[in-house]
Design a binder for this molecule. Structure first.
Ligand SMILES: NC(=O)C1=CN([C@@H]2O[C@H](COP(=O)(O)OP(=O)(O)OC[C@H]3O[C@@H](n4cnc5c(N)ncnc54)[C@H](OP(=O)(O)O)[C@@H]3O)[C@@H](O)[C@H]2O)[C@@H](O)CC1
Ligand SMILES: Nc1ncnc2c1ncn2[C@@H]1O[C@H](COP(=O)(O)OP(=O)(O)O)[C@@H](O)[C@H]1O
Ligand SMILES: [Mg+2]
Length: 286
C-alpha cells in the first residue's frame, strides 16, 4: 500500500492558466439533500465551490433552496423532483456527485435511477452516502462514467458484502476489481483502491468524527476531479489528502472540526499548495 504524502498536493494543485474561464475548471452537478438531510448536500456543494469547480449546480428538495442560497450564492438550484431538469443538468455536467443526504426511500431511489440513466462515459461520477446504500439494497447497475465510490465502512459492507471486521486490503481489492471503479474507503487512515494501486492516508484526526465530514469530502472530490480533470485519480488522492491536512491543522486549536470550516479554508490552503514545496510554510493555514 502506498502511503500518501503532501507531494500529491503539489503534483495536482498548480497555478491557474491565464487564458481560462469558469468552464475551464469543470461543471459539477450535485444531487441529494431530501427534506431531512438538506445540510448534507449544502456541505458537499460548499466543498465543490471552495475547491474551485468552475460552475456548481445543486439538485435538491425545493425546501432547501433558501438555505442553499443563503450559505452559498455561488451555486445554482434545481428541484430534484423535476426529472427532465435533473436529466439535462446531469448530462451537461463534467462531474456528478450523487448521494449526500439523498435518503434511501422510494423518492431517493427514483431520483438515483434518473441520474444513473443520464451520466455519460466521459464524466466523473462520485457516488456517496444514500446512493451507495440504495445501489446495494436495490442491486442497481453502476452508471456510465469514471465511477468513484466514497463509502464509510458500513456503506462498504453493504456494497461489497464484506463485513466490517473482514475488510482486509486483499478482500477490498477483489471487491474493487469486480466493481471496476475507484473506492475511497473512509475511516481513520482512509484507503483508496484504484485500478493499479492502493493508497493510504496516514494523516487525519478523530476531531473529524462529525456528521457531514464525508459529505464535505464527496464535494471536495467532485470539485477536484472537475478542476484537475487531466489527472482524475491524482485529483481524488489530493482531495482526500487536503481534507485531512486542513482538519489536522484546525484541530491544533479545536477539539472538533466543523466540516464547513474545511471547505472555507480551501482557497487559502490551495494558494499555498500551488507553490513549490520549499516555498510554503509547514503550517498550511498560518
Ligand atoms: N446534516 C446532514 O444532512 C447529514 C446527512 N447525512 C446523510 O445521511 C444519510 C445516511 O448516512 P449515515 O452515514 O448517517 O447513515 P448510514 O448509512 O445508515 O450509516 C450509519 C450506520 O452505519 C454504522 N457504521 C458502522 N461503521 C461506521 C463508520 N465507520 N462510519 C459511519 N457509520 C458506521 C453506524 O453505526 P452506529 O453509529 O449506529 O454505531 C450506523 O448504524 C447519507 O445520505 C448522509 O449523506 C449524514 O452525512 C449526517 C449529516
Ligand atoms: N477518527 C477519525 N480519524 C480520521 N478521520 C475520520 C475519523 N472519523 C471520521 N473520519 C473521517 O470523516 C469522514 C466521515 O465520513 P461519513 O461517515 O461519510 O460522514 P457523513 O456521512 O456524516 O458526512 C471520512 O472522511 C472519515 O475518514
Ligand atoms: Mg457519508
Amino acid at each position: 500500500m502506498e502511503k500518501l504524502t503532501d507531494q500529491i498536493l503539489h503534483d495536482v494543485i498548480k497555478p491557474r492558466p491565464e487564458h481560462s474561464f469558469k468552464g475551464t475548471f469543470g461543471k459539477v452537478t450535485l444531487v441529494g439533500g431530501n427534506r431531512n438531510f438538506g445540510g448534507a448536500i449544502i456541505m458537499a456543494a460548499t466543498a465543490s465551490v471552495c475547491a474551485g469547480a468552475g460552475l456548481v449546480t445543486v439538485c435538491t428538495d425545493q425546501s432547501n433552496s433558501g438555505a442553499l442560497h443563503s450559505q452559498l450564492p455561488e451555486a445554482m438550484f434545481a428541484d430534484f423532483t423535476n426529472d427532465t431538469q435533473v436529466a439535462s443538468l446531469v448530462t451537461a455536467a463534467t462531474t456528478v456527485v450523487v448521494g449526500p443526504g439523498l435518503g434511501d426511500d422510494d423518492q431517493g431511489l427514483h431520483i438515483l435511477k434518473n441520474v444513473f440513466a443520464h451520466t455519460t462515459i466521459q464524466q466523473n461520477v462520485v457516488v456517496d452516502g444514500s446512493a451507495i446504500t440504495l445501489m446495494a439494497q436495490e442491486q442497481l447497475t453502476a452508471p456510465r462514467g469514471n465511477i468513484i465510490y466514497t463509502p464509510h465502512e458500513m456503506e462498504w459492507q453493504r456494497l461489497s458484502g464484506i463485513k466490517i471486521a473482514d475488510q482486509t486490503p486483499d478482500r477490498n481489492r477483489a471487491a474493487r476489481d469486480k466493481l471496476d471503479a475507484t473506492v475511497v474507503l473512509k475511516k481513520h487512515h482512509t484507503e483508496i483502491y484504484a485500478k493499479e494501486q492502493t493508497y493510504q492516508l496516514t494523516i487525519g484526526t478523530p476531531a473529524q468524527a462529525v456528521g457531514g465530514m464525508g459529505d464535505t469530502l464527496a464535494g471536495m472530490v467532485g470539485g477536484f476531479v472537475a478542476e484537475f480533470h487531466q489527472t482524475p485519480l491524482k485529483a481524488v488522492l489530493a482531495a482526500v489528502y487536503a481534507h485531512s491536512a486542513i482538519a489536522e491543522q484546525l484541530a491544533k486549536n479545536q477539539y472538533i472540526v466543523l466540516p464547513h470550516q474545511i471547505s472555507r479554508a480551501l482557497p487559502t490552503f490551495m494558494k499555498k499548495m500551488e507553490a513549490a514545496p520549499d516555498e510554503h510554510h509547514i503550517g498550511f493555514l498560518d
